[in-house]
Design a protein around this ligand. Structure first.
Ligand code: DGL
Length: 268
């Protein structure tokens, strides 16, 4: 068991709040520092090189604050750069907890051999094949269909829930789920729990699996709180007021959100 006062939670925007919510449920007295890299979202259409650059800045920021435990509340980061980050930042004292790895076991629970499981995710996560890889380690007979959903993150960040285009886009992706007769659908991007009401117009709510719960449980299994006061600080890299508005559907951010400047990415 590790004693920890503060947990850093990172994502490109409001998506990671779906993880923070679960963390608070299992570790209510921890102190949390949330960072949404809003200037650089969406991560899901960026290259690995860019995402790694953003991630390094974020982890260095947490290091300067003395935060040692980091929840990677972003599937795209977990899929593409987790191994690199672990190699680079573990020797600097960070403990990094990724999403996908902890989710695979819980996601397949109750499924029968050769059932189909669909994964809705960003393009980068789908291309990485990471979900299929991890799920196959648990049950190689399952059929895994990874469905890239570019545009979903923008619906959440820009609060476009009522737009006709949003409905059409979600319908198109859910069509693939229905054609495959999927028994389970993983919300493979932390922004997607915001879309459950729209997604469940096409399939029963119970079919959707949110990996945030497994990540929170896996962190709670190794971290024991000292008696911090259950406080949360919020940081973004752009547009703090927009962040608050977009968060609202899932998480009521009462405090001021601080805006910080990070180094800009440029091709060498
Ligand atoms: N919410 C993140 C994820 O789980 C990032 C989405 C994005 O910025 O494209 O992948």
């Amino acid at each position: 068991m590790i004693y920890s006062d503060t947990i850093g939670v990172m994502d490109s925007g409001v998506g990671g709040l779906t993880v923070l919510k679960e963390l608070i449920r299992v570790l209510p007295s921890a102190k949390y520092i949330y960072l949404g890299d809003t200037k650089n979202l969406p991560y899901g259409c960026k290259t690995k090189e860019e995402i790694l650059f953003f991630n390094r800045n974020i982890l260095n920021f947490f290091l300067t604050l003395g935060v040692k435990d980091i929840a990677i509340a972003c599937n795209t980061t977990s899929a593409l750069t987790y191994e690199d980050l672990k190699k680079e930042f573990t020797p600097k004292g960070l403990r990094i907890f990724p999403l996908i790895h902890s989710a695979a076991y819980a996601a397949v629970e109750g499924l029968n051999n050769s059932d189909c499981i669909c994964v809705l995710s960003t393009t980068a996560t789908a291309k990485s094949g990471k979900y299929a890889q991890e799920i196959k380690k648990v049950n190689p007979t399952l059929k895994v269909v990874e469905i890239p959903c570019p545009g979903f993150v923008e619906i959440v960040e820009n609060r476009l829930y009522d737009a006709k285009e949003s409905y059409e886009l979600i319908k198109e992706k859910m069509q693939i789920v229905l054609e495959n007769n999927a028994k389970r659908v993983i919300l493979g991007c932390t922004h997607y729990p915001y879309l459950v009401d729209l997604l469940s117009k096409f399939a029963p709510k119970e079919i959707f699996f949110n990996p945030a719960c497994s990540l929170a449980k896996s962190i709670a299994a190794v971290i024991k709180n000292t008696d911090a006061k259950g406080d949360i600080d919020f940081y973004v890299t752009q547009a703090p007021e927009e962040f608050k508005k977009s968060a609202k559907l899932f998480f009521d951010v009462q405090k001021d959100v601080k805006c910080i400047k990070m180094p800009e990415f440029s091709l060498k």
